[in-house]
Design a binder for this molecule. Structure first.
Ligand code: GLP
Length: 258
């Protein structure tokens, strides 16, 4: 696992955006896995800036969102279809036809989940999956004890996740109870993973995911199984890592060999 510790959230955004921009420049029809939440917003904003100044184009790229609430109307401002449209599709000028979000309104959710897996496969798989991390170690909406082999499916949100996400709704009772989320097995199939975390509130989850045992209790520990996973952290999010000095040392000597 590559662990990069950078001084500020702006540095994270710059580094994350540079990695995605490099990928899309080298392969304009890249398939991106995109995340909601506050963590990737700085990255999206920087990429949008490059799109506006004409130095980058997502016109041929595709995107797959990690997850969606079950039961919210599509146009609800907090449905992930709407959040992705507002924060990714429009600012990055992606073709909306090539932006996919699981269908949390489907009458047959299991069929919608299978269809989502098929559309990822039909697109050739995900080149780079961007991830945030929940305070309880979830990625996507894979809550603790999600199977490492799980595929897109319905999950029940934990009370903690519903509390954490209540800030986006009038009150906690409005936060849906269920979601559709890519599974950990789905996420692990992406060719690259890029997890971004900032702030002290993420420090315990990050330490458990990066340095703790591989365990379904910490879904983000699944990154330990991936051959090309990068974790981008600011100082606060990195503050509970035991091997901080080693990660910095490795960072300083990156690119010297091979
Ligand atoms: C939500 C999303 C996750 C996201 C997490 C962290 O629960 N389903 O994909 O990573 O929140 O959000 P934030 O980045 O706002 O802390």
């Amino acid at each position: 696992m590559e662990v990069l510790i950078l001084p500020t959230a702006e540095d994270l955004a710059r580094e994350g955006a540079a990695r995605i921009a490099d990928l899309v420049r080298s392969r304009p029809d890249s398939v991106l896995g995109v995340a909601t939440g506050s963590s990737p917003q700085g990255i999206y904003q920087r990429l949008a800036q490059q799109v506006r100044d004409g130095s980058l184009s997502f016109a041929e790229a595709s995107a797959f969102a990690l997850d969606e609430y079950v039961g919210l109307p599509r146009e609800h401002p907090q449905s992930y279809a709407e959040v992705i449209r507002r924060t990714v599709t429009e600012p990055l000028q992606l073709n909306p036809q090539r932006v996919h979000v699981p269908d949390g309104r489907a009458s047959d959710l299991a069929a919608a989940a299978r269809a989502y897996e098929s559309s990822i496969e039909d697109a050739g798989g995900i080149d780079l999956q961007l991830l945030g991390i929940g305070g309880n170690g979830h990625i996507g909406f894979n809550e603790p004890v999600s199977s490492m082999a799980s595929r897109t499916r319905v999950k029940t949100l934990t009370p903690r996740t519903r509390q954490d996400n209540a800030r986006f709704f009038a009150d906690e009772s409005q936060v849906p109870v269920h979601c559709l989320t890519m599974g950990l097995g789905t996420i692990l199939q992406a060719r690259r993973l890029l997890l971004v975390a900032q702030g002290r509130g993420k420090a315990s989850a990050v330490a458990a995911a990066v340095e703790g045992p591989l365990t379904a209790m910490v879904p983000a520990s699944a990154l330990q199984l991936h051959p090309h996973a990068t974790v981008l952290l600011d100082e606060d999010a990195a503050s509970k890592l035991q091997l901080r000095d080693y990660y910095r040392f490795a960072q300083e000597h990156a690119g010297e060999v091979g």
